[in-house]
Design a protein around this ligand. Structure first.
Ligand code: ATP
Ligand code: MG
Length: 297
């Protein structure tokens, strides 16, 4: 297990994290200087590529990146911008939408468990099992489709309090198990403000080449903003742990957000310190022999 890199945006366990006090624009570091941010992102992307090369060669640990956010926060574009320097063979992105009939036939961790990264790989979850404590908490009637045992008769916030507590416990246990077995986990909440979301929705509605990004259901979820923030606050406090920390990344400036995500990934990969595998003496002797054979071919 590695120590979670300390950045200004790390949510420390038991720190009483308040969603409405978390900044959506940066307060520290290189701020919003566009050319500095671009330069920094380029450098970090290269570093991620090099570290991933080592991770792949070592073939021992995996890195799992979890992304959660309100709509239009920029999950997709951040994933693309941050990971465009990695070897595609060593990286896999999974997006989680409304569960299918097959997925509902299993417990809620199943569909992501089968998409966990193999050793040596970087796995990205674009949304995740955390939706089970976010969108499902905001719409508790979704639980009716899950055919659960021990569901209370009324699905109110009050009657479900211990139910969510149990989900957090299961998730923390699951993540602990994964980290004990070689999967390092870091989690990003891309914290976009309600005003910025409005601007981005309007630009999707105003620019024909962005129409495809607009989903009419998004406005219904926006109307439930406060319920979502309540669910996020409960979830972030309960599941930001030493073994699988959450980072609350200011998301109103896309370039800054990408740099901060990339920086956190680099710090984590550096802490993992992946090494090219050692070659033992016998093997080295064989290599020397083969070099000789090839040179005299
Ligand atoms: P985009 O930014 O392109 O809109 P997206 O991640 O929002 O990407 P969508 O297909 O629009 O992708 O939405 C996926 C939807 O599925 C989200 O509204 C999310 O809340 C919902 N979802 C994900 N997991 C679950 C779940 N376990 N139960 C119910 N709904 C879920
Ligand atoms: Mg969407």
């Amino acid at each position: 297990m590695i120590n979670a890199p300390e950045t200004p945006y790390l949510i420390k366990p038991n720190s009483g994290f308040k969603v409405n006090q978390a900044v959506t624009i940066p307060t520290e570091g290189i701020g919003l200087n566009k050319s500095l941010l671009k330069k920094e992102l380029k450098k970090l992307r290269k570093e991620i590529g090099e570290l991933q090369h080592r991770l792949f060669a070592e073939d021992k640990n995996a890195l799992l990146l979890v992304f959660q956010a309100m709509d239009a926060a920029g999950k997709d574009s951040t994933i693309r911008a941050v990971l465009s320097g990695v070897n595609p063979a060593g990286c896999h992105v999974s997006s989680f939408k409304k569960p299918s009939a097959e997925e509902l036939d299993h417990d809620y961790l199943w569909r992501s468990a089968i998409r966990l990264p193999e050793r040596g790989r970087i796995g990205v979850f674009n949304r995740s099992y955390y939706e089970e404590t976010l969108v499902v908490r905001v719409h508790p009637n979704y639980l009716n489709y899950q055919r659960l045992v021990d569901l209370p008769d009324t699905l109110s916030e009050k009657s479900l309090k211990s139910f969510w507590g149990e989900r957090f416990e299961s998730i923390n246990d699951h993540e602990k198990h994964l980290t004990r077995n070689g999967t390092v986990i870091i989690k990003f909440w891309l914290n976009v403000s309600k005003d910025e979301q409005k601007k981005r929705f309007l630009s999707r509605l105003n620019e024909p080449e962005k129409y495809w990004k607009f989903d009419s259901g998004d406005l219904k979820e926006r109307a439930l903003w406060d319920d979502y923030m309540h669910a996020y606050e409960q979830m972030l406090n309960a599941t930001s742990t030493n073994h699988a920390p959450w980072y609350a990344i200011p998301a109103d400036n896309k370039l800054f957000m990408r740099v901060e995500v990339a920086r956190t990934i680099v710090a984590t990969l550096k802490a993992m310190n992946p090494q090219f595998p050692d070659v033992d003496k016998d093997e080295l002797a064989k290599f020397n022999e083969m070099r000789g054979l090839l040179n005299h071919e």
